[in-house]
Design a protein around this ligand. Sequence first.
Ligand SMILES: [Fe+2]
Length: 124
Amino acid sequence: MVILKCKNCGELYDIFWHGECGEGECHECACSGMEKAEIQTADWKYEKHVPVVEKTDDGIKVIVGSTAHPMEKAHYITMIQVEVDNKLYRQYLKPGEKPEAHFPLSGKKIKAIEHCNIHGLWSN
Ligand SMILES: [Fe+2]
């Protein structure tokens, strides 16, 4: 899966299959300046945007940041996504909610991605 970002307005698009170029028109601003969105990563101990994956009795809990990321209207986590053994799961979040998500599933290979409305995409 590829996530594209409009160079003009910043809108994000999931592309589950993108052929050869992955380019397209942004439906929000109708420009054609799409680029592959950069997914940043860092040590979760020092960067509050890195999703931390914890196994629970009934699944997986993903928390954004070793110290909780802000969830205010102007600055918040919009979604948390996990890819587990080639399956994709996503929880959308709103301001005021906790920057975390619970997924009732298990798997061997777990990759988590979150999106901050100001600081972009981050992965573990
Ligand atoms: Fe942020």
